[in-house]
Design a protein around this ligand. Sequence first.
Ligand code: UDP
Length: 595
Amino acid sequence: MPFAATPPEGLVTLSQNARTVLDKRYLVKDKTGKSVEKPEDMFWRVATVVAEADRRYGASDGAVQALAEEFYFLMTQRRFEPNSPTLMNAGRPLGQLSACFVLPVEDALSNGQNGIYDSLRSMALIHQSGGGTGFSFSRLRSKGSMVRSTTGVASGPISFMELYDASTDAVKQGGTRRGANMGILRVDHPDVLDFVACKEDLTKITNFNISVGITTKFMDALKADGSYDLYDPANGAVVAQLRARDVWDRMILGAWRTGEPGVFFIDEANKYNPVPHLGAYEATNPCGEQPLLAYDVCNLGSVNLGYYVSNGVVDWDAMRRDIALSTHFLDNIIDVNKYPLPEIDALSKRIRRIGLGVMGFADMLVRLGIPYDSAEGVEMGRRVMEFLDVEGKKESERLAKDRGAFPEWARSIWGPDETCARDANGQRIRPMQLLRNCNVTTVAPTGTISIIAGCSSGLEPLFAVAFMRNQAGVMMPDVNEDFVSIAKHEGWYSDELMERIAKTGSVRHAEVPAKWQAVFNTANNISPEYHIRMQAAFQQHCDSAISKTTNFSHTATVDDVRAIYEMAYDMKCKGVTVYRDGSRDGQVLSTGATA
Ligand code: UDP
């Protein structure tokens, strides 16, 4: 039975900002560029495609229709949104629904599968389909080493990264946005110092975020102020040594100057690789929250936490139901997705990785009257992430009982004692649990979908209470509605106050009561330590990693940045990204204080 052609009747709560963004970016257009669908049609298109997967597991017409309606209201009432490619592509010719991919790059120009130019081609196909790509360039021989076939010299990983960057310029993701990439080089690669410096010039390699893959050996050398070995990628021989502190200092200086490179604690991340028998984590997706194997993929989706708070109380039952529904939604995506490469299709069905995360966490805290930078705020972060993780896995377990565990389950970290993957000491990494998905939780940046949902992004604090947002080239005013309604209710609202807040980027003004100054504290005014403490609290209950920017004021020193990098490692974060206010041009978000 076909689905109804028009969306169901019922409460839809999309804002004008959301409608503008959808119109500009995601709605189906005619040849003249005019949208031929409304946002409601788009969400119905997505809901029906994703619900359809249930039919393969024996659901009746009626059940599939009812599920599509549930998915539709889940999204249009802004309780959950899937990652952008799902919104753009579901039910359309591309049909590619995932945001994150990682491709291997072998040290050959072409070997017919994963040489430099083979993966370049795969990258273009993934970008065209709306996905972002991550690469490790660590297998490429270093600059200046010999190339046997031509007796020439190799140009090294960075020159090939520049090639990938140039190609990225030419292909628009899903026909709407430019491709995004992550480039990773291990800290023990001989070209690491060039890599650390390769984005010093802000006009270069702009389609890549870069991170250094930091090993435990390196961190041990750093703590002992010793040296560590660099290896020739071609044969594993030790070719040189560097003093760990020198390399670390250069990375910190780069991060202080421009925000790059970030770091990816690759050994720490690999401890929790759910399927080590299939290989180690290769790299992360462009924004860093999703470590992936070679040819791995993840579809993300985020629950809007602020939605579940009313009158200062969290409705945990409603959240539990929506977490289950969202997990079901993401698992269905794997079955209806059209993957750009057969290798990716095959792996995705063997491990069924999904990434359920959050957005609107800062809104949740505001509505509970809890400052982000407080012990209570951090504890709330830990608690809500634990809830998401436990409830998401309960649904994944239910789906496994109904539809089967992911095919690699028995040998994964979740499998039975006799077969499951263990750590180096032979200990279980995770308690046994039957699961449909090898990973369930990831916290994404939610850059666009948080605008669609009209909420704060990811687990980030409020960026500002009043500011101008550059969205796809259009400057849009944004004021925090919770703040405005509290100010009006308590009688200290004025337009002039809002202007002052927008101009100064701070709520520290005499008429704002101290309690609200604390609750509405914004990203730039929250200490870096609290950013990291929050990231670490979420990380405790997250299968994958966390997208988080630790903000520094413009006047922060290099030592301040160094302290945060070391704290992040000690607190078992899987990566760090910092941003010192004003250190880059063309910020997406800007407050009056820095614009
Ligand atoms: N991403 C991308 N291009 C972009 C933004 C994001 O490829 O311009 C991918 C990337 O893998 C990133 C992931 O989408 O890590 C999630 O980003 P975000 O949550 O901001 O995406 P949204 O779903 O809100 O568009």
